[in-house]
Design a protein around this ligand. Structure first.
Ligand code: 4NP
Length: 155
C-alpha cells in the first residue's frame, strides 16, 4: 500500500484537485487497492471548508469524481502515516518542513519535480486560473504515477 498526501496552503484548491485527479488515474489503471490518497494544507485558514468552486468546476468538467472533502491542516503525525508528502510549490515545501520537522525518510517532494520540467504550481486562489492549475496537476500526477510504477510493485 502506497500512502500519498498532497499538500498545498489552504487545502481547498490545489491539493484536493491533485487528490481527486490522482485517485481518478489510479482507479482507471486498476490500482486503487494499492493506494491510500488524501490531502491537507499547511495553513488553518480554510480548515473545515469544502473544495473551492474553481476546483469543483474543473473536476466536473473533466468528469472526475470527488466527495465531501473538508479542508484540514497538515499535522506532524502525518509524517509517519504517509509514504509521500507532495507539495505544489517551494513555499509549501518550506511550510511542510516547519510542521513535520526534518524529512529524515525523504518523503517530501514537489509534484512537478516528477516531471521533465520541474516547477511550481501557481496558486489559483491568487491567479484565478484553474485551467493552468489543472494542466500542471494532471502532468504531475501522470509523471508521479509513472515514477511509482517504475519503483514500486503496484500489481
Ligand atoms: P490552495 O489555495 O493552497 O491551493 O488551497 C489557497 C486557498 C486559500 C488560501 C490560500 C491559498 N487562503 O489564504 O485562504
Amino acid at each position: 500500500m502506497v500512502k500519498v498526501l498532497f499538500v498545498c496552503l489552504g487545502n481547498i484548491c490545489r491539493s484536493p484537485m491533485a487528490e481527486y485527479v490522482f485517485k481518478d488515474l489510479v482507479n482507471k489503471e486498476g490500482f486503487s487497492n494499492n493506494f491510500y490518497i488524501d490531502s491537507a494544507g499547511t495553513s488553518n485558514e480554510e480548515e473545515g471548508n469544502g473544495i473551492h468552486y474553481g476546483t469543483r468546476k474543473k473536476l466536473n468538467e473533466k468528469n472526475i469524481e470527488f466527495d465531501n472533502h473538508v479542508a484540514r491542516k497538515l499535522k506532524k503525525e502525518d509524517y509517519n502515516k504517509f509514504d509521500f508528502i507532495i507539495g505544489m510549490e517551494d513555499s509549501n515545501i518550506r511550510n511542510i518542513n516547519k510542521i513535520i520537522g526534518e524529512d529524515r525518510e525523504n518523503k517530501v517532494y514537489r509534484l512537478l519535480d516528477f516531471s521533465d520540467n520541474p516547477r511550481d504550481i501557481a496558486d489559483p486562489w491568487y491567479t484565478g486560473n484553474f485551467d493552468i492549475t489543472y494542466d500542471d496537476i494532471y502532468e504531475g500526477c501522470i509523471d508521479f504515477l509513472e515514477y511509482l510504477r517504475k519503483n514500486y510493485d503496484l500489481i
